[in-house]
Design a protein. Structure first.
Length: 574
């Protein structure tokens, strides 16, 4: 009986050490896979901070922040001291790795366990640098713990400024390419960067600008929203149209300023956004889980390729503009044909059935039976670029505009469908098919329309993909495409059209921008994905209905209070 208070007192300190050891294990993992050594020369702030140093520092910051959190039922204690203890635990694990590396040759098991890696972890001092590692990790952990004391109005601008500074330093090579021009862009590049990264002056400027703008918005953003809400409806409409016009003008200037690489990335983002908008109709609006969506992508691409190709398998030699409506129509019919046999299937069984349809299309294209018409594994070659008069969409800078117009058209159609009677019927089916049918909704027509419209959007994306590549091969249409498209819908926010665009930027654009990190880009990308889903489970830009649904339990809990919830639990247990 007398030992219980001691246990409650020790619990937060033990938890802080445990979190520090866990984060220390993460730091050791990053070191042993080679990231610390590889990125030691990757300067974020030249002469001050490298990416290799940032990795263990960030783990210590996270350990300090987590270790400072008060445990339920425990004594508050000293949060900063607990954070320092968690950071010191990270330093202890890293120090143990350094000592072990000096005693045992670890390269037979871990190729990256080189002297350079151990030097990077110990500030170039070996085992004699262990006290410095422990003190530095404890100090960083204390800083992470101190962040938990800051109010949201102070902490968020600070975190935003640090994130912007880290991001600009991380992508400095790409930004320097974009700013490599005469005039104002060149002056900005010289102001912020030197050869290998951000200068100290540039880091200070980026931090100050992002912190200042974030602080101003944190203090005045609510007043701006209230002012906008009090405006008459016509003036709000004018402001929205003006903002939309400004955004369109900026998008039209992107290829001129960004160059071919960024334009190519944006074209890929646009193609996956088209696929996402189509699958969002099927999954987000109607609630029909489709894992064979890549089939419509392939049908659109092959239809356009066969109709326009000047190679061996070309049929009629149509122009792109004449062939696109045919490709969309063929994809739409294929969507109806898919929908007919699966009308009575729901949930996971529907996903398996549609998955089979996607594989059937891929195997048919590869088959010897259809090889005289579709080219088999050799594909369809010689697909010409679209032309308007004498203007040819020959490169990514030109195809960007074609993709942008297609996305705008599909977004407009999808918005009209969502707000129509058909869209409301889709959403009723998504919530409960039995109730929707009892209300008089024709499930057959509604489901077939969802499959048809989603397939048409996917076919349009496939047609643009065919002219972008200039050829169509069966191996370009793997199951992974369907999974990626479904993932970007979930990441962006199920049922949200802006969420589809944001999800496409995150899932398609980010891995392309991380190509400079070679084999580690998917590790970084995966960690960012896990972190994002932890912080935003509803998606980056969710639909309002989904957001309310996911946070309904939190609102009920906040309104009821912990005492009411505990009493409810006791009544339920009784």
């Amino acid at each position: 009986m007398e030992r219980a208070p001691v246990s409650r007192y020790r619990r937060p300190w033990i938890a802080a050490v445990q979190k520090g050891l866990l984060c220390g294990g993460v730091a050791v993992f990053l070191a042993l896979v080679g990231m610390v050594e590889t990125f030691a020369g990757r300067q974020i702030i030249v002469g001050v901070f490298s990416l290799g140093l940032a990795l263990p520092v960030l783990t210590a910051v996270v350990a300090g922040y987590q270790g400072s959190q008060r445990q339920a039922g425990g004594v508050r204690g000293a949060p900063v001291v607990r954070g320092a203890l968690a950071g010191a635990a990270v330093g202890a694990v890293v120090s143990a790795l350094v000592v072990l590396g000096n005693l045992v040759n670890m390269r037979s098991m871990f190729v990256s366990a080189s002297p350079a890696m151990f030097a990077a972890l110990s500030f170039g001092r070996g085992t004699s640098g262990i006290p410095l590692v422990l003190l530095g990790a404890a100090a960083v952990g204390a800083v992470g713990a101190a962040a938990s004391f800051l109010s949201a109005g102070v902490r968020r601008p600070l975190v935003t400024a640090l994130a912007w500074t880290l991001g600009v330093g991380l992508f400095q090579e790409l930004l320097q390419i974009l700013l490599h021009a005469e005039g104002a862009r060149s002056a900005v590049r010289e102001l912020l960067f030197i050869e290998d990264g951000l200068s100290i002056r540039g880091a200070t400027i980026v931090f100050a600008l992002s912190w200042g703008s974030s602080t101003v918005w944190a203090r005045r953003g609510g007043a701006v929203r209230q002012w906008h809400g009090r405006l008459p409806a016509p003036r709000q409409r004018v402001l929205r149209l003006g903002s939309l016009g400004g955004a369109v003008a900026l998008l039209l200037l992107v290829p001129l300023a960004a160059g071919p690489f960024i334009s190519q990335v944006l074209v890929l983002v646009g193609l996956f956004a088209l696929l996402g908008l189509g699958l969002n109709v099927v999954v987000g609006f109607a609630g029909l889980l489709d894992l064979g969506y890549v089939a419509f992508f392939a049908i659109g691409a092959y239809t356009l390729g066969l109709l326009t190709s000047v190679g061996e398998y070309g049929i009629v030699g149509l122009s792109f503009w004449a062939a696109v409506p045919v490709a969309v129509a063929v994809s739409l019919v294929a969507g109806v044909l898919l929908g007919v046999p699966v009308l009575g299937i729901r949930g996971d069984y529907l996903a398996i059935a549609t998955l089979g349809f996607g594989e059937i299309i891929r195997i048919l294209v590869l088959s010897d039976f259809l090889r005289p018409w579709l080219g088999g594994s050799q594909g369809v070659l010689g697909i010409p670029k679209p032309m308007i008069g004498g203007f040819e969409f020959r490169g990514p800078e030109q195809l960007f505009y074609l993709t942008l117009v297609s996305c705008a058209l599909v977004i407009f159609v999808a918005m009209r469908l969502r707000d129509s009677r058909l869209g409301r019927a889709w959403m009723a089916v998504r919530e409960d098919e039995d109730v929707a049918e009892a209300m008089g909704i024709n499930l057959v027509n509604v489901k077939l329309m969802a499959f048809a419209m989603g397939a048409a959007f996917g076919g349009l994306s496939g047609a643009i993909f065919a002219v972008m590549v200039g050829s169509v091969f069966p191996h370009s249409f793997q199951l992974l495409i369907s999974i990626n498209v479904l993932s970007l819908i979930i990441v962006g926010g199920m049922g949200s059209m802006p969420g589809v665009i944001v999800g496409s930027l995150f899932l398609v654009g980010l891995p392309e921008l991380l190509r400079e990190f070679a084999e580690y880009r998917f590790l970084i990308y995966g960690a960012a994905l896990v972190l994002m889903m932890q912080l935003r489970p509803e998606g980056l830009w969710p639909a309002e209905a989904l957001k309310r649904e996911l946070h309904a339990s939190e609102e009920v809990g906040a309104a009821a209070g912990p005492e009411d919830l505990a009493a409810s639990d006791r009544r339920g247990g009784g």
